[in-house]
Design a protein around this ligand. Structure first.
Ligand code: FE2
Length: 244
């Protein structure tokens, strides 16, 4: 059996160490050459993002919710030799090529796997790189796109706050044929565990809008969670995602 690490687009998993071992159950005996996706190690302690994100939420979010997506992704892939050897980003970017019997599972659990791994990486403790304003080339791109930085922050916040139900808020690079450019920054949301990779977009930054991401601390105050979250955004990682 061949193992592989979950790999983020643009190599943006640079600050995520890969978890050793196979924590998610036995694989079917019928498989010979398979790729088991593994949950990357959380790049900080459960309490590292306090008080913005409390330790209990981080623990349940990572060790239960994220881990379950990884396990169910592997369960789905175990039924298909053809897709089992493909990197997750390739599966998500080409869902139509995934066998129909596991396509929804790959979309949901593969998305849940990749989105959360990406989410952990774009956050950092306030005393270790989290928060502040974007710098570098991503700052210049944001300023060029929105005119002024705070207009970007306001749009992302508004889009995230008004998203109905579970999902994710994203800053992405997208093709923009209407404006005659192939690289344009956009803010958007996706429902459920849908991933912008499946839309041909390159994620730069994301925020988990599922209730499991904030409910223990914030209950129904999602707007407060979103406002506080800016204090732990890892702009260095966002810059890396943009320049890779
Ligand atoms: Fe989540």
């Amino acid at each position: 059996m061949t193992r592989c690490s979950l790999t983020l687009r643009n190599g943006s998993a640079s600050n995520i160490e890969q978890m050793n071992g196979a924590p998610h159950g036995a694989l079917p005996k019928k498989r010979n050459k398979t790729m088991k996706h593994e949950q990357p190690k959380l790049p900080y302690a459960y309490d590292a993002l306090e008080p913005v994100i409390d330790a209990k939420t981080m623990e349940v979010h990572y060790a239960k919710h994220h881990a379950t997506y990884v396990a169910k992704l592997n369960d789905a892939l175990a039924t298909s030799e053809m897709t089992a050897a493909k990197p997750l980003i390739e599966l998500l970017a080409n869902l139509d090529d995934v066998p129909a019997n596991i396509r929804t599972a790959v979309k949901n659990h593969g998305g849940g796997t990749w989105n959360h791994s990406f989410f952990w990486a774009v956050m950092a403790p306030e005393n270790a790189g989290g928060g502040g304003e974007a710098g570098g080339t991503i700052r210049k791109a944001i300023d060029a796109r929105w005119g002024e930085y705070m207009k970007f922050v306001a749009e992302f916040t508004a889009v995230a706050t008004t998203h109905f139900g579970s999902g994710w808020a994203w800053l992405v690079v997208t093709n923009d044929k209407e404006h005659g450019t192939t690289k344009r920054l956009e803010v958007l949301t996706t429902p459920n565990q849908d991933c912008p990779l499946s839309l041909g977009q390159t994620p730069l930054l994301t925020l988990d809008l599922w209730e499991h991401a904030y409910y223990l601390k914030y209950q129904n105050r999602r707007a407060e969670y979103i406002e506080n979250w800016w204090r732990v955004v890892n702009w260095e990682q966002v810059e890396a995602n943009f320049t890779m």
